[in-house]
Design a binder for this molecule. Structure first.
Ligand code: MSK
Length: 649
């Protein structure tokens, strides 16, 4: 294996070398031997009925008729169905997460969920107001209950418009209404997408994709947004805090518990349990110097943003963490958990503990988690890890960690730019208008061992910053870039990292040029931030006018496609790397890359090469700057005394 080709992370390389030497399989080694199915990868394998699966390979010679499925389905319809089904699957994942949060929220408001509380009362009142709930001087629990019930009802809503969609800019809402894609209810859009893409239903590529947009919007402005907002109210809205990342955060002489997956419902309780006197004493009795909680994937981002809990790694490091031999328990809930960790854990003392009835796996112990007994179950899990500590064998923890700052939610960005008494996005908009910030880029999504295991995130983000862009990041992409130092404010004082204009803003506000804004569901924070920029004025009257772009250089999950589609349907251009899943149909690909521009004011783009991807992102930004008449605006020059005197003469 060419380790440097596979990943840019030195700690990962150290563990990959160990894996090869001791013959442990990893996602990286399996990538070397697994060839992608070319027909599946290009989106033209139809397996929605049992007459096939039909492989709609393109004609080999000119003039040869286009292949159709046994039912007569064309390549563009098959590719559109497959693409829409990815959106539905991705939306269902985020939204089921949001549903679980809403359910727990209601129980917390009723005082029926052990260990949970309503922490952020200010945000509760803001969200209640947005939902049209009367606040007055009603008790907090009563307001929270109504907020929870209203959010919960959005999943089963059948008619009308999703209330959080009303937060979007006016012009965008009109576009959705005109196209008939304003989401009605979260579950309804997922179910209807599945129905319309089953055998013999929707056979019009454009119509399928309109429903794909409606489903994705139900995720971004529905399920994901509910998840983010209610988590903030229950666990606290993030504010910037310093943290550490990489496998080196595992402690040699402490009980190491890794929380992995997505929903913070469990990890918040594990954290609470691990801090109790009772558990700390038990750990000491077993010879450990403490209990160390570390995260992987988006669970990591959740407890990082609110508590500064260290991140052991991202999705591609889950196996590598086990290979350190230092993980006493890896506690998982849902999403992005490789099945391979079960079998791998058999080679070590590590216990894999599954906790959700939705997600069981072989070679794991199952401890079902319920909110009613959240804290007690968490204590039981922590105790299992403590009891496992003496079973450790040899330990190899790479001595590599990086410092970074996380917790930049949209409320804090608003506050830090404008200050407590005049919080506003004005300084950000002004910075863009006067050219000190060229544009805003959201770099999100997974790390993918088939690409560079995260290396492309780093290349893309470094170049964007060097070209004066402010970057906001979520998910595993954020975790990869956190290892580079670009998420520390001190980077603004280094020469050659960014141009003067961006540097001035970073220095003045005290922020890094790359902001960690949370987990995958927290991409909804970016929707709110973009809307706030529009409402602030000076940059057009819709998200599609902003010099703001989204990209996912190494996406792998269906959730990334759902996120991409809701950004496009919300008006942002989106550039994906890795590979593009509709190449088997030129007609659909052209439609997604060009045709939908007319509908949404922006569209999808694809570029696998990181350097070219940056070029594309910058030209998309400049196109919007030109339309706004700000392309030629110069950076503001800061005059020193000598320059001022010269002026006076
Ligand atoms: S965890 S969806 S690998 S970003 Fe959200 Fe990371 Fe992608 Fe899972």
């Amino acid at each position: 294996m060419d380790y440097e080709e596979r990943t840019a992370c030195e700690a990962s390389i150290e563990m990959l070398k160990k894996a090869d030497a001791e013959q442990y399989e990893t996602a990286f080694s399996r990538t070397e031997t697994m060839k992608a199915c070319t027909i599946g990868a290009s989106g033209i394998c139809c397996k929605t009925c049992n007459m096939g699966p039909c492989r709609l390979t393109p004609p080999k010679k000119e003039g040869e008729p286009e292949k159709r499925g046994i039912c007569g389905a064309t390549a563009e319809v098959v590719a559109a169905r497959n693409f829409a089904r990815m959106i539905a699957a991705g939306s269902s994942a985020h939204s089921d997460h949001g549903r679980a949060v809403a359910h727990t929220f209601i129980m917390a408001a009723k005082g029926e969920a052990e260990g949970y509380q309503i922490k952020d009362r200010i945000k509760l009142l803001e969200v209640a107001t947005d939902l049209g709930i009367e606040v007055g001087d009603r008790p907090v629990e009563e307001i929270a209950l109504e907020v929870g019930e209203k959010c919960f009802a959005m999943f089963g809503q059948q008619e009308g418009e999703l209330t959080f969609g009303w937060r979007a800019p006016e012009k965008r809402k009109e576009i959705w209404r005109k196209l008939g894609i304003f989401p009605r209810g979260i579950d309804r859009e997922v179910v209807e997408t599945m129905h319309r893409t089953s055998i013999g239903v929707d056979q019009d590529m454009e119509n399928i994709m309109l429903q794909g947009s409606r489903c994705a919007l139900a995720d971004g402005w529905g399920g994901s947004m509910i998840g983010t907002e209610l988590q903030d109210i229950m666990f606290g809205t993030p504010t910037p805090l310093k943290a550490k990342i990489n496998l080196g955060v595992l402690e040699k002489d402490q009980v190491n518990i890794i929380v992995h997956g997505h929903e913070p419902l469990l990890s918040e309780m594990i954290l609470l349990a691990s801090q109790s006197e009772e558990m700390l004493k038990k750990a000491e009795e077993k010879g450990a110097k403490g209990i160390n909680i570390a995260g992987i994937c988006c669970t990591a981002n959740e407890i990082l943003s609110r508590h500064g809990i260290p991140v052991a790694g991202n999705v591609v490091q889950q196996e590598l963490a086990i290979i350190t031999g230092a993980v006493d328990a890896m506690v998982v809930d849902v999403q992005c958990v490789y099945q391979a960790i079960g079998e791998l854990s058999n080679c070590f003392h590590t216990k894999i503990i599954t906790t959700s009835s939705k997600a069981k796996m072989p070679s794991a112990e199952y401890v079902e988690f319920h909110e009613e007994t959240g804290l007690s179950t968490a204590k039981k899990i922590v105790e299992m890890a403590i009891d496992n500590y003496p079973n450790r064998g040899a330990v190899d923890i790479p001595e590599k960690t990086s410092d970074f700052i996380a917790g930049y939610d949209h409320e804090y960005v608003n506050y830090m730019l404008g200050g407590r008494f005049r919080s506003s996005y004005r300084p950000l908009n002004d910075g863009i208008i006067d050219g000190r910030i060229r544009g805003v880029v959201g770099v999100v999504g997974c790390s993918n061992p088939r690409v560079t295991g995260g290396g492309n995130h780093v290349r893309v983000v470094q170049e964007l910053v060097a070209n004066g862009c402010l970057v906001v990041m979520t998910g595993c992409a954020a975790q990869e870039v956190a290892k580079t130092g670009l998420m520390t404010p001190e980077v603004a004082y280094q020469e050659g990292v960014m141009p003067q204009g961006l540097r001035e803003i970073c220095e003045a506000v005290g922020i890094p040029p790359v902001l960690h804004v949370g987990s995958c569901v927290d991409n909804s924070r970016i929707l709110i931030a973009l809307t706030a920029m529009v409402k602030e004025g000076g940059l057009g009257d819709d998200i599609s006018d902003l010099p703001a772009v989204g990209c996912a250089p190494e996406w792998m999950s269906e959730k990334a496609i759902a996120i991409g589609q809701y950004f496009v349907a919300s008006g942002a251009a989106v550039v994906f790397g890795a590979s593009w899943p509709t190449t088997g149909s030129q007609t659909l690909t052209d439609y997604l890359f060009d045709g939908i521009f007319e509908l949404y004011g922006n569209s999808w783009h694809f570029e696998s090469d990181p350097e070219k991807m940056v070029g594309k992102l910058l030209s998309l930004i400049d196109m919007k700057r030109e339309a706004l008449g700000i392309l030629g605006k110069r950076e503001r020059v800061l005059y020193d005394m000598a320059m001022r005197r010269e002026l006076e003469i």
